[in-house]
Design a protein around this ligand. Sequence first.
Ligand SMILES: NC(=O)c1ccc[n+]([C@@H]2O[C@H](COP(=O)([O-])OP(=O)(O)OC[C@H]3O[C@@H](n4cnc5c(N)ncnc54)[C@H](OP(=O)(O)O)[C@@H]3O)[C@@H](O)[C@H]2O)c1
Length: 215
Amino acid sequence: MKVGIIGSGIVGQVLAKAFKAEGYEVTLGTRNTSKEDVVKFNKVTNIAIATFEEVAKQAQVIVLATKGSGAEEAIKLAGINNFSNKVVIDATNPISETVAPSNGVIHFFTSLEESLMERIQKLIPEAKVVKAFNSVGNAFMYKPKFPGGTPTMFICGNDDRAKTVVKDFLILFGWETEDMGQIEAARAIEPLAILWCIPGFIGNQWTHAFKLLKM
Ligand SMILES: NC(=O)c1ccc[n+]([C@@H]2O[C@H](COP(=O)([O-])OP(=O)(O)OC[C@H]3O[C@@H](n4cnc5c(N)ncnc54)[C@H](OP(=O)(O)O)[C@@H]3O)[C@@H](O)[C@H]2O)c1
């Protein structure tokens, strides 16, 4: 299965390496394939670098890992039709670039009535978008080891088969999954990133993940 990552930042790089480690053919996408950082990444990992459009065209599964405010622009650059019928893992968060955190609480440019994931799904209605990986720091996305046990990744999306695909990836990556249902659940899953960041900003504590305890 060919996995295409749209986004060359740390999340894109971590997930690209993780998929490669699990035996998938991976390509990392950027707007600028000659950017020093991605050229170095390609040399070190041997993971192919391509434009957003090339990545989206070739991939069977697409990971969206761009800056939240650039997500819709990135999709347009990648070509709306190149997402049709594909599983799209949405790892983005709608973090405001203009408003600084208030006492460690980051600001979103979305509201509790509409998540970034919903905006993304509206832009690519034929895609099977699944929210995942947004509620933990990149250092723990692949094979996290916590003394408290296996952490929980909260996911949501409208397509059950796509969620099964993503759940299987998450199991490979060392996570348990909680399916929170349809796309509106992203209005609750995206703000988990706000909660996750607070201990970091107020106490420089960045080494945690969420776990759902159940009876
Ligand atoms: N950092 C974390 O630990 C973490 C954890 C969970 C979720 N997230 C979320 O994951 C996403 C990626 O985070 P990140 O820290 O890896 O990197 P980032 O700096 O948020 O995003 C970098 C990527 O966004 C692209 N980009 C930026 N502005 C754009 C625009 N206007 N149009 C199109 N593309 C644009 C960049 O393109 P180029 O390749 O051309 O530079 C690059 O590929 C974010 O939404 C973030 O909130 C981050």
